[in-house]
Design a protein around this ligand. Structure first.
Ligand code: DGT
Ligand code: CA
Ligand code: CA
Ligand code: ZN
Length: 588
């Protein structure tokens, strides 16, 4: 038997407060008036609720109205939230004023009135489009703005950027950080489980903050361990069972310590997404239960139905366990109910983008890479060092010498591992490729990628990539967008044209698992999934230990609902080998 759960009042109270604050903020934008009566009504109500100790979930509209500061319309919205998990008015306002618009209010010198005007006159609806408008000096033509206002805004924006407050943490920073922290907390005596949750567990490409959930018999030593970590710059707050800290690089970590019997409910809640949580809670309500961060329990009497594992909670809601990568409120609950979730990717038996010391930037030898791949159970491995067109690339002789070594190794390896001699070609500005057609044909596997000239316009980028795809030796396009998350924007390509060319030529598209890249992105994969293209998951390893990154590519593909049937290196070995060895195409 699970012990009784703590009161749910805090949880519903927090939801009500969030709702009221969001309503106030969005109404302010909607009415373009910070002094509006409605905005003040929401703010007053929020203050009144914050001061309330009682369990909001059980109050009727009439009882809510008796709380000083809450009017009829606000009381109705609170009931609507508690009963259905959503508020129509709030959803309306959210649709009308997307997060990009709300973010503009964070900039000093921009109030609701000026946001409305910039949006109407210049289409400014996000920080990015504001940055563009500033760069084009477009504001000088808008009434109420001038060169001076423009300069002030540019300064405010630059300040925010300098503080990093506009930025989220790229997954390449957050994931290793969170992994280390979780490993440390696992060592604390009394800890039975430690995991990162939030957007990081969902495998989002940028992270607002890192949420960590720990199950322990005593929270105090866990929090002591967190605040004394070397990466921690300062402690933002500390309570009995939770703490927030900021690392030197400016990433916030939120820790929550729970009892082992509540672990599943806490993992589920703090993994989110918020939309997924809200949908789950609605589902619980429809079944006479309530779901919060402590437990799934009966509305009537409060008996705990499930709390220890995520599986138990989903099961009690009539659902299979849903992988975190899918928990974005994009129809996953309905799909789970129909048994229509995408199949999990499972074993990835090949890697088709791997560097060795033959590349100037590779750090493991061929032998080291092969040993590591064997240890992972890899069945097909393409060694793909850089071709001469890139700075770290090599000429024909070095590649021919490598080919001889690979042929010798292949004979030794037998059936266990099919070792291929590949190369990563560089796509020139006009789609030209390294060496000549004859030399390229000598490889077992060629991928081609963009490594420079990121500034070309959409037509030129699209043309160079499609031209490379038409080369009969090219089997796959590597990291299509060439982006570096949080550091280098994607190149401008016409994705639909590239997908059409991939269909036509049979060229595979890479899902690069290097965390700074994750390219194709989940967004691009969602679009590509609609077309008849084959994907290949790769590590783009430059060191033997980086072969594990093929697993990150798999998580990114799962996030985009791409199933194993679409992924060549998730196919059975026989089918994969047949696909790899197919005859070169006719020249298109
Ligand atoms: P982030 O940090 O912006 O990248 O995104 P998340 O999803 O990690 O969001 P965060 O850190 O604010 O909260 C972690 C999880 O906690 C979130 O995914 C769902 C849950 N959560 C947070 N606030 C609320 C809320 O107001 N209502 C509900 N139902 N869940 C919430
Ligand atoms: Ca978070
Ligand atoms: Ca958080
Ligand atoms: Zn590479």
């Amino acid at each position: 038997m699970a012990p009784s759960m703590p009161p749910s009042s805090h949880d519903s109270k927090q939801d009500v407060l969030d709702m009221l604050r969001e309503l106030a903020e969005l109404t302010q934008i909607d009415e373009a008036d910070p002094q509006s009566f409605r905005v003040r009504a929401y703010e007053t109500a929020a203050q009144a609720i914050a001061a309330q100790a009682s369990d909001l979930g059980r109050l009727t509209v009439e009882e809510l109205r008796e709380i000083h500061g809450i009017g009829k319309s606000t009381a109705d919205k609170i009931r609507e939230l508690l009963e259905t998990g959503r508020v129509r008015k709030l959803e309306e306002l959210r649709a009308k004023h997307p997060p990009g618009v709300v973010a503009l209010l964070r900039i000093q010198g921009l109030g609701p009135k000026s946001v409305r005007r910039l949006r109407a006159e210049l289409g400014v609806d996000s920080i990015d489009s504001l940055r563009d408008a500033l760069a084009r000096h477009a504001m000088r033509g808008v009434a109420g703005f001038g060169a001076k206002a423009e300069q002030k805004l540019a300064e405010s924006l630059a300040r925010l950027e300098a503080q990093g407050s506009l930025e989220r943490t790229p997954i390449s920073v957050a994931l290793p950080l969170a992994t280390r922290i979780v490993e440390r907390l696992r060592q604390v005596p009394g800890v039975s489980h430690a995991a990162y949750c939030g957007s990081l567990r969902r495998f989002a490409e940028t992270i607002g903050d890192v949420d960590v959930v720990v199950a322990a018999s005593d929270p105090a030593p866990v929090m002591d361990a967190l605040v004394s970590l070397r990466v921690v710059e300062r402690v933002l707050g500390r309570g009995d069972s939770k703490a927030s800290v900021v690392t030197h690089r400016g990433t916030q970590i939120d820790l929550r310590v729970v009892g082992a019997h509540q672990l599943g409910a806490a993992l589920l809640y703090f993994t989110g997404s918020k939309t997924h949580n809200i949908e789950l809670r609605q589902r619980a309500l429809a079944r006479g239960m309530t779901l919060n961060e402590y437990a799934l329990s009966e509305l009537d009497g409060g008996r705990v139905v499930a709390s220890e594992t995520e599986e138990q909670i989903y099961a009690a809601l009539g659902l299979p366990w849903i992988p975190p990568e899918l928990r974005e409120g994009a129809g996953e609950i309905a799909a789970a109910e129909r048994g229509a979730l995408p199949a999990r990717i499972g074993d990835v038996i090949g890697d088709f983008h791997v560097h060795t010391t033959v590349s100037g930037d590779g750090r493991s030898t061929l032998e080291e890479v092969v040993a590591a791949a064997r240890a992972r159970g890899t069945r097909v491995l393409a060694i793909t060092d850089h071709a001469e067109g890139t700075r770290s690339g090599v000429g024909r002789e070095a590649l021919l010498e490598q080919r001889a070594r690979i042929r010798a190794l292949r004979a030794e390896l037998g059936d266990e591992l099919l070792l291929l001699h590949g190369v990563e070609l560089n796509i020139g500005p006009n789609g030209e490729l390294d060496y000549d057609a004859e030399f390229r044909r000598g490889f077992d596997w060629c991928l081609a990628s963009v490594h420079d000239r990121f500034e070309l316009d959409r037509a030129a980028q699209t043309r160079r990539i499609v031209t490379a795809m038409r080369d009969p030796a090219v089997r796959m396009i590597g990291h299509l967008s060439a982006r570096m998350i949080g550091a280098r924007p994607p190149i401008d390509v016409d994705l639909d044209a590239v997908l059409a060319a991939a269909e036509e030529t049979g060229t595979a598209l890479e899902v690069n698992g290097a965390l700074p890249r994750l390219d194709l992105s989940a967004d691009a994969l969602r679009r590509a999934r609609e077309r008849d293209v084959t994907f290949v998951l790769t590590s783009d390893a430059h060191h033997a230990r980086e072969l594990e990154r093929v697993g990150f590519a798999a998580r990114n593909a799962e996030r985009a609902w791409v199933g194993p049937d679409r992924i060549a290196n998730a196919w059975p070995a026989e089918r994969l080998c047949a696909w790899v060895r197919r005859e070169p195409r006719e020249i298109a």
